[in-house]
Design a protein around this ligand. Structure first.
Ligand SMILES: [Zn+2]
Length: 105
C-alpha cells in the first residue's frame, strides 16, 4: 500500500519502504532543499543500515550522524570509536549519549 510523501504539502507518493518521494529523498541526500534543516531530517532505514555497516555517508545530515552515533554507542562502541566513525569530537558523542538517555527515561 503506497503512502504519501511525509513532507508537508508534497503531492507525490513515497518510494517503496521509504517515507519520502524520490525528489525529496534526493534533496535530503544533497541538503539542497531549504525546507529541510540538517537537524530534522533522517531516514530510519538508512540509519539502521549505516549503524550495521558502521559507516556515515558524505551527505549525512547532522541528525543522521547523531542517530548513527547513538546507534553505535548502543552496540558497545567506545565514544572515541564512535567519534572516529561519525566524524565528530568524542565530547559530542558523550553529549549525544546523555541526551539519548534523557529521552529514553
Ligand atoms: Zn515529497
Amino acid at each position: 500500500m503506497p503512502r504519501p510523501c511525509r513532507i508537508d504539502d508534497c503531492p507525490r507518493m513515497a518510494l517503496p519502504r521509504r517515507t519520502v518521494c524520490s525528489t525529496h529523498r534526493e534533496r535530503i541526500r544533497n541538503w539542497g532543499d531549504p525546507d529541510f534543516t540538517q537537524w530534522t531530517v533522517a531516514d530510519d532505514m538508512d540509519v539502521r543500515l549505516l549503524v550495521e555497516q558502521q559507516r556515515v555517508p558524505d551527505g549525512a545530515t547532522r541528525l543522521e550522524r547523531r542517530l548513527i552515533g547513538v546507534g553505535l554507542s548502543a552496540r558497545g562502541m567506545s565514544a572515541a570509536q564512535v567519534a572516529e566513525v561519525v566524524g565528530v569530537d568524542s565530547r559530542t558523542v558523550h553529549r549525544w549519549r546523555a541526551s539519548a538517555r534523557q529521552t529514553a527515561a
